[in-house]
Design a protein around this ligand. Structure first.
Ligand code: PLP
Length: 365
C-alpha cells in the first residue's frame, strides 16, 4: 500500500508488442531477451513473464540476477553476460542451466578444473575492439579447443560486442564485424554465434544479414526505446513500456525577477506560475536534467524550472491556467520519450530506466 501517487506504470501489452517486433526483425535468428538490472528497471519478473513466449532464452549480468528468475519458476536457459566471479558458481550454473560467458583465463581454468553434474553451455567472448571483456582474436582458437575438449562443456557459442552500434556510421562497426566473422570462420563452421544487440538489429547501417540463425541479444528494444541514430523502417512503432508519473502537490505565483529552487538556477523573466511535482533524484529522476527539460501535464509539455531536488521538481506552468494541484505529471512514457528526457539530462535512456529507485512502486497494467 502506497499513499504517495508517484509510480512507474509498466505496460504488459507494450512488452508483448515490442518483443513481437524484435522477433519479426530477427528473422531466423534466435533471440536472447536481456533482462539484467531488474529488467532495465521495469521489474524483472514482470518482464520475464511477458517476453518468455517471444524469446529463446534470457540474459542477465550475473548469477544472482539469474537465481531470482529461476526461483520464480522460469525454465529458459539464462546467459550470464559477465560469466562467473568465482568457482563456487559453476555447480549452480550446471544445476540451473545458467550459461556463463567465458572471457578470461581464470574463468576458463575454473571450468576445466570443475567436476559438474552436467556439462555447461558456455559463451566464448571475443574482444573485437570494445576492449572491455573478451579474448583477443588470436587466442580464440586455443580457448575454443580447450573448452570443446572438456567434459564440463556441452556447447560453445562465440560472441562479441559492438562499441558503436547506435551510430549511423562508425569505422569500428565494420572492423568489428569483419574481425568477428574471421574468427568464426577460423574456429568451426557449425559454431553458434552472437554479435548483434538491439542497436545492430535495427540499424540501417550495420548489415547483419549474414547472421541468420545466430543469437541476437536484445534489451532496450523490449522496453520500447530505439537506440540508433538512423533505424531501418520498423514493421510498427515500438511502444514505451514504462510511464513514470507523479502528482502536482503545490502551485505558486512567482514575481518577475524571483528565482526558483536550489542554487537559484532558474529566474522568472515574467510573472510566472510554478508547479511543484512529487518526484526527485531519490526516485531516479535525473538530477542533471537541465532547465527546460520537458514534463507532460494535461497533454501540455511544460519546462523544468529550477534544480531537481531529492523529492521534488518544479516546472513552469504559466501558459496553462488549467493545471492544478492533484494533476498527474508524466515524466516519461508514451507521451514523452525517455530518450528525450535523457538528452536533456546529458545521458541515455538506459541510465534513466535502470535508475528508477526502489521507493517508486512499479504498477503493472
Ligand atoms: C546489456 C547487454 C546487451 C543488451 O543491449 P541492448 O542495447 O539493450 O540491446 C547485449 N549484450 C551485452 C553483452 C550486454 O551487456
Amino acid at each position: 500500500m502506497h499513499f504517495r501517487p508517484t509510480r512507474a506504470e509498466i505496460d504488459r501489452d507494450a512488452l508483448h508488442h515490442n518483443a513481437r517486433i524484435a522477433r519479426q526483425l530477427a528473422g531466423d535468428a534466435r533471440l536472447l531477451g536481456v533482462i539484467k538490472a531488474d529488467g532495465y528497471g521495469h521489474g524483472v519478473l514482470t518482464v520475464a513473464e511477458a517476453i518468455s513466449e517471444h524469446v529463446d532464452a534470457f540474459a542477465v549480468a550475473f548469477i544472482d540476477e539469474a537465481i531470482t528468475i529461476r526461483n520464480a519458476g522460469f525454465q529458459q536457459p539464462i546467459v550470464l553476460l559477465e560469466g562467473c566471479f568465482s568457482d563456487a558458481e559453476l555447480p549452480v550454473c550446471a544445476h540451473h542451466n545458467f550459461q556463463p560467458v567465458v572471457h578470461q583465463q581464470q574463468q576458463l581454468d575454473a571450468i576445466l578444473m570443475a567436476r559438474l553434474v552436467r556439462p555447461l553451455a558456455v559463451w566464448l567472448k571475443v574482444d573485437t575492439g570494445m576492449h572491455r571483456l573478451g579474448w583477443a582474436p588470436n587466442e580464440v582458437q586455443r580457448v575454443h579447443d580447450e573448452l570443446k575438449a572438456s567434459p564440463q562443456v556441452g556447447s560453445v557459442t562465440l560472441m562479441s560486442h559492438f562499441a558503436n552500434a547506435e551510430k549511423h556510421v562508425h569505422p569500428l562497426n565494420n572492423k568489428q564485424l569483419e574481425l568477428f566473422e574471421d574468427v568464426c570462420a577460423q574456429t568451426e563452421s557449425q559454431l553458434d554465434m552472437s554479435l548483434a544487440t538491439s542497436a545492430a538489429l535495427v540499424s540501417s547501417a550495420i548489415d547483419m544479414s549474414q547472421h541468420n540463425g545466430h543469437w541476437i541479444r536484445t534489451g532496450i528494444l523490449l522496453y520500447g526505446d530505439n537506440p540508433v541514430e538512423k533505424a531501418m523502417p520498423l514493421p510498427q512503432p515500438l511502444k514505451p513500456v514504462m510511464r513514470l508519473i507523479a502528482p502536482v502537490i503545490a502551485i505558486r505565483d512567482v514575481a518577475k525577477g524571483e528565482s526558483v529552487g536550489y542554487g537559484s538556477t532558474w529566474k522568472a523573466e515574467r510573472p510566472s506560475r510554478i508547479a511543484t511535482i512529487a518526484i526527485g533524484y531519490a526516485d531516479g529522476y535525473p538530477r542533471h536534467a537541465k532547465n527546460g527539460t520537458p514534463v507532460v501535464i494535461r497533454d501540455h509539455e511544460v519546462p523544468l524550472a529550477g534544480t531537481v531536488s531529492m523529492d521534488m521538481i518544479t516546472v513552469d506552468v504559466t501558459d496553462f491556467a488549467e493545471i492544478t494541484v492533484g494533476d498527474e505529471a508524466e515524466l516519461w512514457g508514451p507521451n514523452l520519450s525517455v530518450a528525450r528526457v535523457a538528452q536533456h539530462a546529458g545521458t541515455i535512456s538506459y541510465d534513466l530506466l535502470t535508475n528508477v529507485s526502489a521507493r517508486v512502486p512499479r504498477v503493472t497494467r
